[in-house]
Design a protein around this ligand. Structure first.
Ligand code: GLP
Length: 241
């Protein structure tokens, strides 16, 4: 596990974008695993600005996203499809047909998850998986549990996650109670994992993920077993380490 400490969010975002940019430059048709949430927003901003300067070409890049809220379609501004379109896909020259997010409008949980697992298999190995981390140590929407879920599954969101994510919605009642998420096995099969974390509210989860026991009670702790993980975190997020 490689840990890169930054003084603030701006530096974190530049460094994370530089690593993703290097991946795209080295392998223009790479498969990126992408994440949503506030943590990677700055990373996407930097990638967009590299593209605008002519330094990055997304024309052959393919992507698979970690997760999606059950019940939200891509036109809902809280859906992760909307987030990706808005923060990255519509601002660079990626082919939309090469971008994939679980289908939140498919309310048949088993069918939706099976379809996404089949898609992941067909797409092949993710070259670089970007991750954030929840305040309870979740990655994607893999919540603390008594076991690690391997494949894409439907998750009942914990109250802690609903509380953490309600800031994006008009009211707490509007936060969906379920999400589709890649499993830990899907995430761990990526060649490289890049986790970004900023702010004091991530400090406990990050310390547990890096130094604590590997346990499904802190899903991010599984990353200790991955051979190629880079964590970029600001001073606040590393304050409990
Ligand atoms: C959501 C997403 C995660 C993300 C986490 C942290 O629950 N499913 O992928 O890492 O929130 O979000 P934020 O970066 O906004 O703190």
């Amino acid at each position: 596990m490689k840990l890169i400490k930054t003084k603030d969010y701006a530096e974190l975002s530049r460094k994370a974008a530089n690593i993703i940019a290097a991946q795209i430059t080295l392998k223009p048709d790479c498969l990126l695993g992408l994440a949503t949430g506030s943590s990677p927003v700055g990373t996407y901003e930097n990638l967009v600005s590299m593209y605008e300067k002519g330094d990055l070409d997304f024309s052959q890049v393919k992507s698979v996203n970690l997760d999606e809220y059950v019940g939200l379609d891509g036109s809902n501004d809280q859906s992760y499809r909307y987030f990706m379109n808005h923060h990255l896909f519509e601002k660079v020259n990626i082919d939309m047909a090469n971008t994939h997010v679980p289908d939140g409008t498919n309310l048949d949980n088993a069918k939706c998850c099976d379809a996404y697992n089949a898609l992941l298999k067909e797409m092949g190995t993710v070259d670089l998986q970007l991750l954030g981390i929840g305040p309870n140590g979740h990655i994607g929407f893999n919540e603390p549990d008594d076991h690690f879920e391997q494949l894409t599954h439907c998750v009942d969101l914990t109250n802690e996650t609903i509380q953490a994510n309600k800031r994006f919605f008009a009211s707490e009642a509007d936060v969906p109670r379920q999400a589709y998420s890649m499993g830990i096995g899907n995430i761990m099969s990526a060649k490289m994992i890049l986790l970004v974390a900023n702010g004091k509210n991530k400090a406990k989860a990050l310390a547990a993920a890096i130094n604590g026991p590997v346990t499904p009670q802190c899903p991010a702790s599984i990353l200790q077993f991955h051979p190629n993980v880079v964590i970029i975190a600001d001073e606040e997020a590393l304050s409990e380490l």
